[in-house]
Design a protein around this ligand. Structure first.
Ligand code: NAP
Length: 277
């Protein structure tokens, strides 16, 4: 039995679907099981990571937990992640945590959660994906409304990852041995600038889309509202600024874990074309 947190999210939903397709027993966590919209054969249970004790009743008979961390505030990670990790490790031998490359900064929330999991006593694997291709769904409203995407750092070159590849890698770490203690840096197959990503979406939906560079201060205000966290908006902006001069890293980890090459950004756009029409 695999317990999946974040089961209604971009990656967790794919993890649940792959496990169910493979005939694995899955228990999916949502704060609102009634609206989770998961396949009928999947058991959906209610728990809130802000209340670690709410997870405990659902951990009996579980062999591995897919853990996401939905809070961006490091203070929440500092106080709550050790308790979440303890509750899980007391009952489950394996944790696969969806982290990020930013975990190398130990005071980032990713770094704090990694440390909590590492010291919990469970066997652990950390998945550190680069940016999600799914983040570019944030342009969908603009694209449905017109031909211009206004956003900062068009020259930022990113190796965005398809959520299906990330979920397949997670399933490998959850269900097979040989991943204990691994920190996997996962990416797409190549870098593509943000401006080029917009052109790729345009070609996919048969329209001529253009980039319009948004000044950084305007972007900071927009993202502070979107993320509900100005400090996290600054983290995102600093990341894009860095990828203008030094493209995001490309790794072959998806291929090594899944047995097939990572999906391209164009494949991701084709899979999500409906969202941009
Ligand atoms: N986006 C990126 O580029 C990127 C890159 C690297 C790493 N990551 C990491 O990936 C993770 C996000 O994964 P995602 O994009 O798949 O998620 P998502 O689509 O943002 O969905 C969030 C999930 O978290 C669950 N959730 C929210 N608050 C919760 C709470 N208090 N207790 C329990 N569950 C809660 C939601 O479930 P319910 O609403 O059903 O409860 C939902 O399933 C984050 O930790 C992020 O740092 C993201």
């Amino acid at each position: 039995m695999i317990l999946v947190t974040g089961a209604t999210g971009t990656v967790g939903r794919e993890v649940v679907s792959i496990l169910a397709e493979r005939g694995e027993k899955v228990r999916a966590v949502s704060r609102n099981p009634a609206t989770a919209g998961l396949p009928a054969e999947v058991e959906v249970v209610a728990a809130d990571l802000a209340d670690p004790a709410s997870l405990a009743p659902h951990l009996a008979g579980v062999d591995a937990v897919f853990l996401i961390w939905p809070f961006t505030d490091p203070a929440v990670a500092r106080t709550t992640a050790p308790e979440v990790a303890r509750v899980i490790a007391a009952r489950v031998p394996r944790i696969v945590y969806l982290s990020a490359p930013g975990a190398d900064q130990p005071e980032s929330f990713w770094g704090l959660v990694e440390r909590a999991v590492e010291t919990s006593g469970a066997e652990w694997t950390f998945l550190r994906p680069v940016g999600f291709a799914a983040n570019t769904l944030g342009w969908a409203d603009q694209i449905r409304a017109g031909d211009v995407v206004r956003w900062p750092y068009g020259d930022a070159a990113r190796s965005l990852i398809h959520e299906r590849d990330l979920a397949e890698a997670a399933v490998a770490a959850l269900t097979s041995n040989g991943h204990a203690g691994a920190r996997y840096l996962l990416s797409g197959p190549t870098t593509v600038t943000q401006e080029e990503q917009v052109r790729i979406i345009g070609r996919t939906i048969g329209r001529n889309l253009r980039w319009s560079e948004m000044p950084v201060e305007e972007a900071r205000a927009m993202l502070s509202v979107a993320f509900g966290d100005p400090a996290f908006a600054d983290v995102a902006l600093a990341g894009w600024a860095g990828f203008v001069n030094e493209p995001e890293q490309v790794t072959d980890t998806v291929a090594r874990l899944t047995g097939h090459p990572a999906r391209t950004y164009a494949e991701w756009a084709a899979d999500h074309a409906a969202a941009f029409r």
